[in-house]
Design a protein around this ligand. Structure first.
Ligand SMILES: Nc1ncnc2c1ncn2[C@@H]1O[C@H](COP(=O)(O)OP(=O)(O)OP(=O)(O)O)[C@@H](O)[C@H]1O
Ligand SMILES: [Mg+2]
Length: 227
């Protein structure tokens, strides 16, 4: 039996700030098949990051159900949950989130250390991931010694070094000039086409969304249009 990569069934997420309730998702439903490349667009505050956090099992819904490859993260033990996140999902963020005092290579090796992969294999796979993003010549640079576009490519290498089946990108081109943005979008698109990674990109930017085969629009925590 084959499950969708990600499925949301009437998902509500209500943040509580003291007495105040902030509904970020209001009954959102969607099914994302394995291998899809989907872009989610919507204005600031519409719930895009909230959606990605739930899709990546970083947070849980207030109501409704999230299924990741058929599994409900809220029913997993802590150990199973971190295994799911670590094996299945790669995250890419607007601000890259690299560790400043580590080199590109060390940053990319990090998720493999968490998984207990041995030193030699860690090195081999991290190098391979950096080659894939075109940064073989920048492995020993620290983040401050790299351009924004290069930093984001390192972050993508870090996201894919574990061979995730799903990559979730939150405004991955938000801090980049248009040339670097174009390169990052092309790279993400290639991962989807060549490796079959399910790719979900959240963005304001029509050019970042353009290569996606499916574009959904979100407003006030629900999807109101799809094409
Ligand atoms: N941790 C939180 N606590 C309380 N409210 C939150 C929290 N995170 C998000 N929100 C609120 O939930 C709503 C959706 O936020 P979210 O970050 O998902 O929007 P977004 O679409 O990603 O916006 P942006 O494009 O600005 O990143 C907003 O109204 C926001 O203020
Ligand atoms: Mg956001």
């Amino acid at each position: 039996m084959k499950y969708p990569a990600i499925k949301f069934e009437n998902v509500w997420k209500i943040y509580k700030l003291g007495e105040v309730e902030v509904p970020a998702l209001r009954g959102l439903s969607i099914e994302i098949e394995e291998g899809e490349h989907i872009a989610m667009m919507g204005p600031s505050g519409s719930g895009k990051s909230t959606f990605l956090h739930l899709a990546g099992a970083l947070d849980r819904p207030t109501r409704g159900r999230v299924l990741i490859e058929g599994r409900d993260p809220s029913r997993l033990s802590d150990g199973e949950l971190s295994a799911l996140r670590n094996r299945l999902i790669g995250f890419v963020f607007q601000t890259f989130n690299l560790i400043p005092r580590l080199t590109a290579l060390q940053n990319v090796m990090l998720p493999l250390m968490v998984r207990g992969v041995n030193g030699e294999e860690r090195l081999r796979r991290a190098r391979e991931a950096l080659e894939r993003v075109g940064l073989a010549h920048r492995m020993n640079h620290k983040p401050t010694e790299l351009s924004g576009g290069e930093q984001q490519r390192v972050a993508i290498a870090r996201a894919i070094v574990t061979n995730p089946r799903i990559v979730l990108a939150d405004e991955p081109t938000g801090n980049l000039d248009s040339v670097s943005a174009g390169e990052v979008v092309e790279l993400l698109t290639k991962l989807n086409r060549e490796l079959g990674v399910t790719l979900v990109v959240v963005t304001h930017n029509p050019e970042t969304a353009a290569p996606a085969r499916r574009i959904v629009r979100i407003r006030d925590g629900v999807i109101y249009e799809e094409n």
